[in-house]
Design a protein. Structure first.
Length: 125
């Protein structure tokens, strides 16, 4: 199957029968303790969040069983951390990604969690 040009469209077609929430349609949320500026930013980026999640999910799906750190995801997708991290957190909360319990060194010398696509039960990747 040749992927569609739109990552969200391509990912939606891959997971039509998956019981997890559609990563291209779930809305960004902020907690009540977040400052007003966070709420405004969430509303502003809402149209992009489904595509951002789809790009992250497709990247990790294509690398399975490998995984990437947040920094590596950001570099490969040319996505800033303030966009990538919230989308990765959302995907993890939806059950699409998992913490591998392994780390890798970042450019700054710190250890960072390696995130991995989580196949659905019985899914052949």
């Amino acid at each position: 199957m040749t992927p569609a040009k739109d990552p969200a469209e391509y990912m939606a077609s891959l997971f039509d029968d998956d019981p997890r929430p559609d990563p291209t349609k779930e809305r960004t949320t902020t907690g009540s303790s977040h400052p007003n500026t966070s709420h405004k930013a969430a509303v502003r980026v809402w149209p992009k969040t489904g595509t951002q999640r789809a790009k992250i999910l497709k990247l990790l799906y294509d690398l399975w069983p490998g995984g990437l750190t947040d920094e590596e995801i950001q570099t490969r997708l040319s996505m800033v951390g303030n966009s990538e991290r919230p989308r990765r957190i959302e995907l993890t909360g939806m059950g699409w990604l998992i913490d591998t319990l392994h780390t890798r060194e970042t450019l700054g010398g710190d250890q960072a969690i390696i995130w991995q696509y989580k196949p659905a039960e019985g899914e052949k990747v």
